[in-house]
Design a protein around this ligand. Sequence first.
Ligand SMILES: Cc1cc2nc3c(=O)[nH]c(=O)nc-3n(C[C@H](O)[C@H](O)[C@H](O)COP(=O)(O)O)c2cc1C
Length: 340
Amino acid sequence: MLHTYESYQIKNLHLKNRLVMAPMCMYRSDISGQAKDFHRIHYGTRAFGGTGLIIQEATAVTANGRISGRDLGLWEDRQTPGLASIVSQIHEGGAKAGIQLAHAGRKCTVAEEQIVAPSSLACDEESRLPHELSQAEIAEVVLAFSDAARRAAEAGYDVLEIHAAHGYLIHEFLSPLSNQRTDEYGGPLENRLRFLQEIITAVRQVWPTGQVLLIRLSATDYLPGGLDIQETVRMVDQIKNQVDLIHLSSGGLLTVPFRTYPGYQVGFAETVRSKCQVPTIAVGLISCLEQVEDILGNGRADLVALGRELLRHPYWPLNNRCTDQDEGCPVPEPYKRAFS
Ligand SMILES: Cc1cc2nc3c(=O)[nH]c(=O)nc-3n(C[C@H](O)[C@H](O)[C@H](O)COP(=O)(O)O)c2cc1C
């Protein structure tokens, strides 16, 4: 039996296998932030392809929290039914549905929107200078996350991921390179973590208790003075009682060259898993079954996310299974003649 196709239970979430589709922005909505046929087809196809958990792309909690004018959004009630139709499609394909809730912070490129950040520091020379959030405005963003989480529960998502990575608003609070505040949201780690902790607490109040809440973090900024894996471990130690899984990515705060190679971020998932004793998801240039088996078989992570590989090969899980793996990756009834 391959580890890849073993089931996984955490809280009331039962996954048929260990494969996760990483959240990937498709920029295929429009200014309404509503789901389109593209999204139903795109996510439904990966579900029919055998992936256990699909984490939908970054979905904005406010209009100025979008990266682009074509992001999916969940900042108003009328966006809920469209997203519920993506969930139905994913469930129809036999997978569990996750949503990634996000605020782009200073990386919002929508011309009409005011961009915001913990401090008024642009991410590069081409970007606009962000407005520094006041404490009252921080409270509004926290509320926007919990309102979006309530809508996500109404839409039927099984899993909620808070996007705290890749240089977006929450990561901007976490990293000392982008957070130069002198109030209780800046300075020592405990203060930089406050915004994320407030979001987690607010989301927990509306997200059903038995359902999984996970956090995606950038384990390092790859820059001196920025976040590194040691600080990430300390951060996870402080939030782990409130969250169920940690999804370890890296980078994205500032443009900086770093070396990527197959599995380049797996060490972060492994370190956090062993040091903090929390379940983790590994991601990053993972594309073959041997890699997934190594990660799971050696206890380096609990789940493995594939990103671009699933854009190239939506049926990867079905195509890599062995014939005796019907439970971990059942062939959809209409496709059975192709797999017998
Ligand atoms: C087209 C594309 C869009 C992405 N959008 C998101 C996103 O919405 N949220 C996120 O956390 N990461 C996003 N990422 C990063 C992926 O989730 C993943 O971490 C990264 O691609 C590395 O995994 P891979 O090598 O398997 O593709 C995106 C990546 C790609 C290629």
